[in-house]
Design a binder for this molecule. Sequence first.
Ligand code: NAD
Length: 455
Amino acid sequence: MNNKISRRDFLVTSGLLAGSTVLNPVDGLKASATVGSNAEKLKVALVGTGSRGCGMWGRDLVKRYPAYLEFVGLCDINEGRLAFGKEYIGVNCPTFTNFEKMMKDTKPDLLIVTTVDATHHDFIIKGMEMGADVLTEKPMTIDEHKIQAILDAEKRTGKKCRVTFNYRYSPHRAKIWELLRAGEIGELTSVDFHWYLDTSHGADYFRRWHRLTEKSGSLWVHKASHHFDLLNWWVDSDPETVFGLGSLEFYGKNGQFRGENCRTCKHTKTCNFYWDITKNDYYKKIYVDNEKYDGYLRDGCVFKNDVNIYDKMAASIKYKNGVQVSYSLTTYSPYEGYRIAFNGTKGRIDAWIQESKPVNDANYDEIVLFKNFNRREYIQVPHGTSGHGGGDNLLRDQVFIPNTPDPLKQCAGVRDGALACLIGIAARKSIELNKPINISELTTIQPNVRKEYTL
Ligand SMILES: NC(=O)c1ccc[n+]([C@@H]2O[C@H](COP(=O)([O-])OP(=O)(O)OC[C@H]3O[C@@H](n4cnc5c(N)ncnc54)[C@H](O)[C@@H]3O)[C@@H](O)[C@H]2O)c1
C-alpha cells in the first residue's frame, strides 16, 4: 500500500475536489493513519488573521492536524495583528501584507479566507486564479454581483471553493436532518424558524464592522446566511421567492446617548452596554494593541449613528418544492437561541434551543417528535464538545482528515454558499423595493425542486 498521499489526492478525498464521494476509502484511511515525515502535507495559506483566522482556522489546525497540513503563509492588512497572529497560531511561515505576493511566493494548495465579509470574493477569486483551492468562512460574499463573479471564477479556473457552514455539523441539527430525510413527519410542508440574539452577543454585532451593510451585507447576510443554509439543507430544495421586512429600532440612532467606543465614553456608569475590552487579555492583544495600524475599534458604541443594518428582521420564503418558511431574527433578546418547528403531512418536529441562559444544566438538546394520532417522542441529543454545538471539530475533521465520509451531505460548495447569501440579499432587496424577490433573477443559479449537492 502506498502510504504517501499526494496533495491532489488530499483535496479529492477531503471533499474539496470531489466532494462527498470518497474515492478510495480504505486505502485512504490507512494511508492517513500511517502518514509520516515522507508524506506530502497540504500547503495552507490564510488571509485574515483576526479572531476566526487565528483560532478556528489557525492555532486549532496547527494543533489538531500536524500530520496533514503545514502553514506556508499568513496575510492581513493590519501588520500588528499579522505579527500577533503568527505568534498566536504558532507557526514559522512568512507573513505578508500583500496578498498576491503571498500567493506567488508560497503557492499554497489551499487558501483559507477569514477576512471581513465584503472582501471575501476578492481573495476567493484571486486565490483560485492563482492556483489554489479555497476554503472560505461564511458568508461567501455580500451581494449578487460578487456571487456571480465567484461562480464564474470557479468555472473558469477549475478550482474549488468550499464554504464552512459549521452550523450544519452540530449533532442536534444533524439529527433533525436525519428525522426529516427518514420521513418521520411525512412530506415537509412548512417551517417556523425564529432566531434570538441576546444583548451580549447580539449587541456585539453593533459594536464591530458588522454594523455596516457595506462590510457585512447586514445581518441578513452575515448572520442569517447561517440559518438560511440550514433551511436549504433541511428542506432539501432551493429557495424560489423571498419577501422581507426589517427595521432598525433599538441600536444605532435609537440610543438615548452615544460615544465613539466604550473606553473613551462618558456614559459608562449608565450604559447597559458598557464593556471593558481591556479586561480580556486576548482581545487586548489582537485588537486594542493594533488599533494604531488601522484605527479599527473593536469596542465601538452600539448606538453610533453610522449603524445601517436592521436589528429586527422577518422573511417569508417559498421553496421550489412548495415548502413555506416563516423566519425572524431579533437582536436584543434576553437570551440567545432559537425556536424551530417543522410541519409535515404526518406530524411535526419541535425544538427550542437556549444557547445562553439555558433553563437547566442538561448536557443534551431536545427534539420533540409529534406524529399525528400518536404519542409524542422526546429525543435527547448530547452536546458536542467543540464550538458551535460541537460542529467546529466535525467540520474541520471532514475538511482535513482524508476519507472522512459525508453521509449527511454537510459539505458545502459555492452553490450552497451562494443560495444561503441569496435569501438574505433577496430579503434586503425586498425591503427596499417593497415586493417579493425571485431568486432566479439575481444570478445564473436557477432554483431546483431537489437540492443539488455540488461537492
Ligand atoms: N462560522 C462562524 O461561526 C464564524 C464565526 C466568527 C467569524 N466568522 C467569519 O470569519 C470572518 C472573520 O471574522 P472575525 O470575527 O475573525 O473578524 P475580525 O475582525 O477579527 O478579523 C478580520 C480580519 O481581516 C483583516 N482584513 C480585513 N480586510 C482585509 C484585506 N483587504 N486584506 C487582508 N486582511 C483584511 C482584518 O485586519 C482582520 O484581522 C468573517 O467573514 C466572519 O463572518 C464565522
